[in-house]
Design a protein around this ligand. Structure first.
Ligand code: ATP
Ligand code: MG
Length: 402
């Protein structure tokens, strides 16, 4: 058993001690059986949420109206959710009604796919009323109960099916696939924030090519923001994206480069993405454009990328220019050799500059001067040492006074 489960066993035992049932459920059980790494563990219990809050010392009522309480145990958090069933999704966002139930099987029956509808007890025994283990063996994504009804109830599940294809490389069971083709249009009703979570996982999945094939084949891309306005986008994705994107911002930059009339701003607005994603996407775009202009990886391009964008940048060039144009290892090595990695590394700062020019008042000229110093240092015209930089500032002084 994965150590993360072992760490959570005392939570199950504590609930059982007080007369309740408690099991590991959902994605973690699936990933354990697949020998995949596990990020977060979900626990389902027959205890009502108020009881869970009472029974543990440290809890956070993250979604208590839906039965979810975060239990803190030895500096880790575990989501404990009361067995529940849901009914009606009038707003296509939240179930109209959540009912807490006493029966684990009922809780498992509300889950989306058979591979996600298994429970595991503290001894590692699997409870599997919908034959998820057999679908895991045959690499199949199949809804719990009849697909058409389950997708009409919550259309997001169709997007989830494709993101599981992307993450696991599984096939869609025939009826599940047919229902996606029939009810895909319902995705238009889903809150875009929910879609974006699944789209990001799809873009980052190992089997992205397979997921793209399904996006095309089932036609559901027609009901996704941006893809619905340029049908070529999904075909270009299918043709050129052979390995997973390394970040959401890389995917957005790439989509923009597939059709430049959809700006990064537009993508982020349509998909309601964060400013952080927008910022990284724009930075990647700038670097990519500079690279295309100079046809070489100038130090100022690398400097602007920052370490977290090196891998996305290398991958982006693979998609848009071709394989082996720039390897990530090369990029990293060149980055490591930069004389400075950020403005803080510069051996001179704004105060030093002001001291050298006592007659000047502080103003935007300081930023400009620092910028040109950064560039000189990056290109090796000046060494990053205080004396040389001071000398250069003095020279700049003299020149200006001319
Ligand atoms: P990941 O490893 O990406 O977190 P996951 O399977 O844990 O995958 P979550 O979105 O975290 O996915 O959901 C946890 C569990 O809740 C799922 O395994 C599934 O049983 C259930 N679930 C989540 N979303 C839905 C949904 N829209 N409809 C039905 N069941 C759902
Ligand atoms: Mg999860």
């Amino acid at each position: 058993m994965n150590p993360l489960f072992k760490e959570a066993i005392p939570i199950l035992e504590h609930l059982e001690y007080h007369g309740y049932e408690a099991y590991f459920v959902g994605g973690a059980v699936r990933d354990e059986l697949l020998n995949r790494s596990i990020s977060d563990i979900d626990i389902a219990t027959s205890a009502p949420p108020e009881e869970v809050v009472k029974l543990f010392e440290k809890t956070v009522p993250v979604g208590i109206e839906h039965g979810t309480v975060l239990v803190r145990h030895k500096q880790k958090s575990f989501e404990v959710t009361t067995y529940r069933i849901e009914s009606g999704y009038e707003d296509y966002r939240h179930p109209d009604k959540v009912d807490f139930v006493k029966d684990l099987h009922l809780d498992l029956s509300r889950r989306d796919f058979t591979i996600n509808a298994m429970a595991m007890n503290k001894n590692g025994d699997i409870i599997d009323p919908f034959h998820g283990q057999s679908d895991l063996k045959s690499n199949t994504i199949k809804t719990v109960n009849e697909a058409a009804g389950r997708f009409q109830e919550d259309p997001l599940r169709m997007m989830r099916a494709l993101r599981f294809v992307s993450q696991l490389g599984f096939s869609l069971e025939e009826r599940t696939k047919e229902a996606i083709m029939e009810y895909g249009y319902l995705l238009e009703k889903i809150a875009v924030e929910r879609l974006a979570i699944e789209m990001e996982k799809l873009w980052l999945g190992k089997h992205i090519q397979q997921a793209h094939q399904h996006l095309v084949h089932t036609d559901i891309y027609r009901f996704l923001p941006c893809f619905n306005k340029d049908h070529d986008l999904v075909h270009k994705s299918q043709l050129h994206v052979k390995t997973p994107f390394s970040s959401l911002s890389e995917a957005i930059t790439c989509m923009h480069l597939f059709n430049e009339s959809f700006t990064i701003d537009y993508w982020c607005k349509e998909w309601k993405l964060s400013n952080a994603v927008k910022k990284d996407s724009l930075q990647l775009l700038q670097a990519f454009q500079a690279y295309m202009q100079y046809k070489e990886l100038r130090p100022d391009i690398l400097y602007q990328l920052q370490p977290q964008l090196l891998q996305p940048f290398a991958h982006l060039t693979t998609i848009l220019i071709g394989e082996h144009v720039i390897s990530e290892a090369d990029l990293q090595m060149q980055y490591d050799h930069l004389p400075i990695k950020s403005r803080n590394d510069l051996a001179i700062n704004g105060n030093d500059i002001l001291k050298l020019k006592p007659e000047e008042r502080p103003g935007p000229w300081i930023q400009e001067l620092i910028k040109s110093l950064e560039s000189k240092v990056l290109f090796g015209t000046v060494k990053n040492n205080k004396e040389e930089l001071q000398e250069w500032v003095r020279a700049w002084n003299r020149q200006e006074k001319g």
